[in-house]
Design a protein around this ligand. Structure first.
Ligand code: COA
Length: 461
């Protein structure tokens, strides 16, 4: 039988295909823009027939109907990265959150610690040789498909074909549900003046010839806009957004000086909109790999001049970084933040950067705090943080004492919160407030400015 005949024999409907989901099964869903929405939504029709089904995935963008209160007892979601669609369910106790480094998720499937019964994936139609492409997301899904007992594929002719380690043969699929529909999109965030001010400070740390990782959120996106005059940049990242397109088209990103996979933009998934999906389609610049590869710190470190830019929610005065929760409120996840901090700090000339606005909630609270809010989880420890950047400048923490860290972080906090940060340091005997300054007046007069005292921070040449 030819592969075409074998493929045809697997064609079915979503409802039919999902009959393999049984009580007690664990079901994996392809995340991000690759989410197989038809399959995810059809799970609901399976609900009356099953109990205690665990649904596991990273950030998805669809409706996630299985977390609705009426699904309790039938389905329970386990989030390895919390998106907006499941945040309320996680924080109301109807779903779980598993904190994990992105580079280690696939190990759970492979080792049998988290065996998968069913993988719901979305791929492109097969090529002449019977290979489907994972398209916009190889992420953890190629491994999930290799490990799951049943693989159900939503085959979508609107899924781009992408290159790299990003293919699955039709023989590795158990059931095929064909669709033709637009992919989920993550619309571009409006880039504010604040984001651009922070991004300018970040861009000042990026040298020509650097290889970049850009994490999730408004700031990493804004950084790309500040790089148009740079030269010979490269990409090694888990994710990319729409803003990368003009830099590749103009030749600013060309990968010429990359020391690993020169000329290639190495990534695992894209989070963006249709123009980005069209841009990666049959584009030989891009090389997609599983995150176990892109996010392996030992692989990342082989890129010289590796610059990792990630964002966070709260930083304490010793440099502890909380990125996945706001106090006890579980907000997002680890993603690849720590993987890339580790990789960049072991890269020759590398720079791990945490960038954030100095305040949150319309300027009413400081993100630089004396003590993390009760319940906050430390995602990146104070031993691993090198650069922290806000709109007020750059603090270099690596190898610095608690006193020096507190001083450097107060200098990049919003001026209206500096007094209270100093007051805390006086209580702990870390340092004394300088006599001269009324910070809030200084700020009103000068506006946000990058510090001219920014320590360059030694790089490992
Ligand atoms: N206290 C209270 N609320 C806070 C806060 C704090 N310290 N910090 C942020 N918030 C609020 C913001 O006001 C905002 O609320 P709003 O939506 O009502 O305006 C919300 O939390 C999101 O904050 P923001 O900084 O705008 O988020 P972002 O979209 O820029 O993303 C992270 C920032 C930290 C959530 C995101 O980068 C992340 O999840 N990082 C961890 C994982 C990671 O970096 N992975 C690498 C790539 S996968």
């Amino acid at each position: 039988m030819s592969w075409q005949e074998r493929y045809a024999s697997k064609l079915t409907t979503a409802v039919q295909a999902l009959r393999c989901v049984e009580s007690g099964s664990r079901v994996y869903i392809h995340p991000g823009c690759a989410e197989p929405e038809v399959l995810a939504e059809a799970l609901i029709e399976r609900a009356p027939f099953v109990r205690d089904v665990e649904i596991v995935h990273l950030l998805t963008l669809g409706k996630a109907p299985y977390v609705q209160p009426e699904m309790a007892g039938h389905f329970r979601h386990n989030a390895m990265f919390i998106g907006a669609n499941v945040r309320e369910a996680v924080n109301s106790g109807r779903a779980d959150y598993t904190p994990i480094y992105l580079s280690e998720v696939e190990g759970l499937f492979e080792s049998g610690q988290m065996p998968l019964d069913v993988a719901l994936i979305q791929v492109s139609p097969p090529d002449a040789h019977g290979f489907c492409s994972f398209g916009v997301g190889v992420d953890t899904t190629m491994t999930a498909a290799r490990c799951a007992r049943h693989v159900i594929a939503q085959v979508n002719d609107q899924m781009p074909r992408t290159y790299g380690d990003s293919f699955l043969h039709v023989d590795q699929i158990d059931a095929v549900v064909e669709v033709s529909r637009p992919l989920c999109e993550l619309p571009r965030e409006p880039i504010t003046d604040l984001h651009r001010a922070i991004a300018r400070n970040v861009a000042s740390l990026i040298d020509d010839g650097a290889t970049l990782q850009l994490g999730i959120g408004g700031i990493p996106d804004a950084v790309l806009l500040e790089l148009e005059n740079h030269k010979d940049l490269g990409i090694h990242t888990e994710m990319l957004s729409d803003n990368v397109i003009p830099l590749i088209e103009s030749g600013v990103i060309n990968g010429h000086r990359k020391t690993l996979h020169p000329r290639k933009a190495v990534l695992s998934f894209v989070l963006g909109t249709k123009p980005l999906f069209d841009f990666v389609h049959h584009n030989p610049i891009f090389e997609f790999h599983p995150v176990a590869y892109t996010n392996n710190p030992f692989i990342i470190a082989q890129n010289e001049r590796m610059v990792a830019v990630n964002s966070t929610l709260q930083v304490d005065l010793t440099g502890q970084v909380c990125s996945d929760s706001i106090g006890t409120y579980l907000y997002s996840g680890f993603g690849g933040q720590v993987d890339f901090i580790r990789g960049a700090r072991h890269s020759k000339g590398g720079k791990p950067i945490i960038a954030m606005p100095s305040t949150a909630k319309n300027g009413t609270i400081s993100r630089i705090v004396p003590i993390l809010s009760p319940g906050s989880g430390v995602v990146a420890s104070r031993g691993s943080i090198h650069y922290v950047v806000t709109e007020f400048g750059i603090a270099y923490l690596h190898g610095k004492s608690i006193r020096e860290r507190a001083e450097a972080l107060i200098q990049i906090a919003h001026p209206k919160f500096r007094d209270e940060l100093y007051a805390y340091c006086e209580k702990t005997n870390w340092l004394r407030r300088p006599a001269r300054t009324d910070f809030s007046v200084a700020h009103q007069e000068a506006g946000p400015q990058p510090l001219d005292t920014v320590p360059a921070g030694p790089t490992q040449e």
